[in-house]
Design a protein around this ligand. Sequence first.
Ligand SMILES: Cc1cc2nc3c(=O)[nH]c(=O)nc-3n(C[C@H](O)[C@H](O)[C@H](O)COP(=O)(O)O)c2cc1C
Length: 608
Amino acid sequence: MEDRVLLSAVESTFTGVVIADARAPDCPVIYCNPAFVELTGYPQEEVLGRNCRFLQGPATDREAVARVRQAIADGRSTRALLLNYRKDGRPFWNELHLSPVCDGDGNPTHFVGIQLDVTERVEGFRLLERALREWTATLDALPEMVFLTDGAGRLRRCNLAASEFFGLGFRELIDRRLAELFGQEEGLFRGAGGEFRLGRSCYSVANHPLPRAQGGQVHVVRDITAQKALSSQLEWLLAAVEQAADAVVVTDLEGRIESLNRSFRAKTGWSSEEALGMELFALQGVPPEVAAQVRREVEEGRVYSGLYQARRRGGEVYWEEATVSPVREAGGRVVKLVHIQRDVSERRRLEAIAEAVNMAENLGQVFSGLRHELGNPINSAMTALSVLRENAARWPTAQVLSFVERALVELERVAYLLRTLKTFNLEALELERLELGRFLRRLLLLVREDLERKGIQLTLRPPEEEVVAWADPRALHQVLLNLLSNAAEALEGHPLPEISLEFCRRGRRVEVTVGDNGRGMGPEELARLFKPFYTTKRQGSGLGLVISQRLMAGMRGTLSVQSERGRGTRVTLTLEEASGAASPPAGGEPGPAVPAPPGEAPAGPEGF
Ligand SMILES: Cc1cc2nc3c(=O)[nH]c(=O)nc-3n(C[C@H](O)[C@H](O)[C@H](O)COP(=O)(O)O)c2cc1C
């Protein structure tokens, strides 16, 4: 072939071609083609006479250069991938092919170098390599086991968690089947997946098919032991709250109900549908001052704890003991309130009964009162009579009579106290079904005239339904006479005195209320009300309410007093309701006291 043809081929090829003189010092370039000039940006005159290392730069791989140097020294062909720099400084990847041209003795006279710009390929490869590295790192960082299986269900890839789980390297896992590796059914690794147990641990399997073109599936196997334990704990916790004996209600900060439990529904009568979203205290008819106090406490991050009256769905009032605790989110901000409520009406009723019984049974207190009450007038009478015995002979009649009178007044006081105590004996009460409407109308017939004489207006407010209670009629008669007498006393001097008598059924109990608009009592007076021998009346033993309370307790009932100075007093009696039950309430204590039968009772209200 002609040299001209060869030269033209070399000149027009798109790869760079250089020829260096192997015999000249430092192997200078003696020829470079236009493609080399175009590739490197160096004009021919700047290339000829120089060693090709001028293309290298700071990031060129020194080891690759050393291999080239060695090949040149050995006079053999080589191929190297070198990072070179254009004249303008831009780097490019140079795939260099070097071949010696030898003389007749086999010694290299020249080297031919061919440069191929493979930047795109190398960069693409690098990118791929990086993506692979990042994805591998991503999958290896996951705590879940991730597997790739082919269309035949054989393992192609898995992450570090998977290889650590089995304690096997990737090569040992490849081509195995997941069902066989985990010792589970094949079906678990097809379709939607599922859960399985290994020892005490529990795992979930999720299968994700790859696009049809690729075939195969990705499987994610997750250890859900802790999650299972937590959710079962949560389930138990929810069940415990739902079934708790106390009512548990969660509200937002405005008090709107977000969740509630069975006890709340049972206690209040409201269903979840009715109550959710409602304002709790409004729903329960809790007094605004209580609601305000709760708000104050929780706003300051404290737990409210207190006792208040609330209302059931049907309107019945009951006593509630409650705590309201703020619930904080992770950052410490209060976001919810949890109300724990307990209906303590029954407990309070029993406590009231026990208290009344205890008080009356405190004989020491009663006897010391008696000693005092009876001893004083007897001593005075004795003193008067002794003085009289000494002086009767020489005193004028008028003076003698005045001393006799003094002694009689004192003895009259003793007689009065003894009459009162007659009602405090220890015979048993006999409970019977008492239709309150009829009973009270008859009672009012006895007292109306006396009260009207005092200008007191008396009203009886009967309910529409028939109300039947377990009661001893003589005892209840006595109690009511005492209450009416107290009310009349409290109304003395009132321009428009009124007494009202109300009664109604409240669930399984019956309430009878005697109310007056009289002078009422302050807290101190109220506190002393049930102390024997304490009285504010001019004519009174201080035993009336004590005996009344005792009689009510004997009927398994209670007596409670609400009063406000200047506004009046309301005394509420409760008794067991008797319309349905066949026998008197169980556990009725042996009746402690029987009053005089109605026939013997004074015709008008008379205080004790
Ligand atoms: C014909 C020929 C072409 C060469 N072409 C290049 C080249 O394009 N890029 C490069 O980095 N080195 C090239 N080299 C290699 C360097 O010229 C030099 O031999 C290498 O850097 C090793 O020697 P050193 O360690 O003395 O620098 C070529 C060498 C010869 C003989």
